[in-house]
Design a protein around this ligand. Structure first.
Ligand code: CO
Length: 133
């Protein structure tokens, strides 16, 4: 089995502070990590749940993929991050199974991880991020 854990579930939100506040009030949750990823045009707040995270994600600019998603679909589930031991090997395996890579090669993600995204078309309508810690 290539997948070792659900790394994170990413939720696209309009207002990161409001989203954090909601999770704090609803679940007594606290943010363990915050990061702006300039390359992706996102700011994310991670809430730890056991060995996984809920990743609240907002756009930092209008041309970011999250801004486009929010304009088209509104707030909601954006992608699932699957934790793997070897991102390159997992990417190769997915492509061999018929999936379409968004990232041809693994690249740096947040928290110092190595990541690659897989297109929802060819992956059961789900945007998948492969995450190697
Ligand atoms: Co992610």
């Amino acid at each position: 089995m290539i997948l070792t854990e659900i790394d994170h579930v990413a939720i696209a939100v309009h207002d990161l502070e409001q989203a954090i506040s909601f999770y704090q009030r609803a679940f007594d949750a606290s943010v363990v990590h915050r990061e702006v990823v300039e390359g992706d045009g996102v700011e994310e707040a991670l809430i730890k749940v056991a060995d996984s995270y809920v990743q609240l994600t907002a756009a930092t600019r209008e041309d970011s993929p999250i801004a486009k998603f929010l304009a088209k679909r509104g707030e909601g589930l954006h992608h699932v991050g699957y934790r793997v031991d070897d991102c390159a090997a997992a990417l190769e395996s997915m492509v061999a199974a018929g999936a379409v890579a968004i990232d041809a090669e693994p690249r740096p993600g947040s928290r110092g991880t190595t990541v690659a995204f897989i297109h929802p078309k060819g992956a059961l309508g789900t945007l998948i991020e492969l995450v190697q810690e």
